[in-house]
Design a protein around this ligand. Structure first.
Ligand SMILES: Nc1nc2c(ncn2[C@@H]2O[C@H](COP(=O)(O)OP(=O)(O)OP(=O)(O)O)[C@@H](O)[C@H]2O)c(=O)[nH]1
Ligand SMILES: [Mg+2]
Length: 276
C-alpha cells in the first residue's frame, strides 16, 4: 500500500494563515466529520486553536451511524466541549449553532459584537454550513477595517460570523487515519489511492455494509470481494471481463453518498473498548 503523503510546507502555511485569521475572531466554530470526529481534527494546530474558545460541530450526521453520533456528542460534552450535530446539506441543526453562540458568547451590555469564524479540514462541509447560517441571518455588515477586502461579516443575535471559512489541512497520523480521511473525501483526488481505499473499505466495513456472512459469502481476499461487487453491480467491459476501475469508483461514491448505509469510521475511546 502506498502511503498518502502530506507535505510539511502546507502545514507551515496553514499555521500562518490560521494565526492571522484568529486575530479577528473571538470564537471558532470547528466543523468535523461526524464519521471521524477526532481524525478530522488537526492536532498539530491545537496550540493555535486553543487560543480561542470553540464550538465543535459534527457535520454529515445523515451519513454517520446515529448511535455512534450520540455517543460522540456525549463524549465531547464529558470532555467539556460545546458540541452541535448538524446536517449541512439540508440545514438541520444549523440554527442550534446560532443558539449556542448567542447563549454562550453573546456580549452583555454595549460591547461590540462577538466575532466567530468557521474552520475545518477540506470537504467537511464548511461552505454548506456557512451558507445555511448566512441564510438565516438578519443582516450583513460591510467590510471591516483591517481585514482583507471582500470579507464580510453576517450578523445575528449579537454575533458576527465571518463569511469566509478557514481551511485546516488534514493531519495524517498513520496509514489508517489517511485511509479514513481519504474515504470521507478529505484528501485530494489526485493523491488518493482509490484502489487501496476500496480494498480497505471492503476489508474493514464490507461485512457491515453488505452482510456477506448472512448470505453465505466468504472471500479469500478483498480482490475477490471487489470482483463480487463489480459482478453484483453488473460492471463489465466490452470484452466481457469485470470492470474493476468502475467498481472502485462506484464503491467509493456509494459509500460517500450514504447509499451503502450510515456508518461511522471512528468511535469514542470508551465505546471502542466496549465494542471489542
Ligand atoms: N450527506 C451530506 N453531505 C454534506 C453535508 N454537508 C455537506 N455535504 C456535502 O459535502 C460536500 C462538501 O461540502 P462543502 O460545504 O463544499 O465543504 P467545504 O468544507 O466547504 O469544502 P472545501 O471548501 O472544499 O474545503 C458537498 O458535496 C456537500 O453537499 C451533510 O451534512 N450531509
Ligand atoms: Mg468550501
Amino acid at each position: 500500500m502506498d502511503p498518502i503523503h502530506w507535505y510539511p510546507g502546507h502545514m507551515a502555511k496553514a499555521k500562518r494563515q490560521l494565526t492571522e485569521l484568529i486575530k479577528y475572531l473571538d470564537v471558532l466554530i470547528e466543523i468535523r466529520d461526524a464519521r471521524l470526529p477526532l481524525i478530522s481534527h488537526n492536532a498539530d494546530l491545537e496550540s493555535i486553536l486553543k487560543r480561542r474558545p470553540n464550538i465543535i460541530v459534527l457535520n454529515k450526521i445523515d451519513l454517520a451511524d446515529p448511535v455512534a453520533t450520540k455517543e460522540w456528542t456525549q463524549w465531547f460534552k464529558t470532555q467539556g466541549f460545546l458540541v452541535v450535530e448538524v446536517n449541512g446539506r439540508n440545514g438541520s441543526g444549523v440554527e442550534r449553532i446560532w443558539e449556542v453562540l448567542s447563549q454562550e458568547f453573546a456580549p452583555k451590555g454595549v460591547r461590540r459584537s462577538v466575532r466567530a469564524g468557521v474552520i475545518g479540514i477540506p470537504n467537511v462541509g464548511k461552505s454548506s454550513i456557512l451558507n445555511r447560517m448566512i441564510g438565516t441571518a438578519t443582516a450583513k455588515t460591510g467590510n471591516m477595517p483591517g481585514i482583507t477586502r471582500g470579507k464580510q461579516w453576517i450578523k445575528k443575535k449579537g454575533i458576527e460570523i465571518l463569511d469566509t471559512p478557514g481551511l485546516l489541512p488534514p493531519k495524517i497520523v498513520d496509514q489508517e487515519a489517511g485511509m479514513k480521511l481519504a474515504l470521507v473525501g478529505t484528501i485530494r483526488e489526485e493523491i488518493a489511492p482509490t484502489y487501496d481505499m476500496a480494498l480497505y473499505l471492503l476489508e474493514n466495513y464490507g461485512e457491515q455494509l453488505f452482510g456477506w456472512k448472512g448470505n453465505g459469502l466468504v472471500f479469500e481476499d478483498m480482490d475477490m470481494a471487489l470482483n463480487w461487487y463489480a459482478e453484483k453491480r453488473g460492471f463489465r467491459m466490452k470484452g466481457g471481463g469485470l470492470d474493476i476501475n468502475r467498481a472502485v469508483t462506484s464503491l467509493l461514491q456509494e459509500f460517500r453518498n450514504g447509499r451503502l448505509g450510515r456508518i461511522s469510521l471512528e468511535l469514542p475511546p470508551k465505546a471502542d473498548v466496549q465494542s471489542d
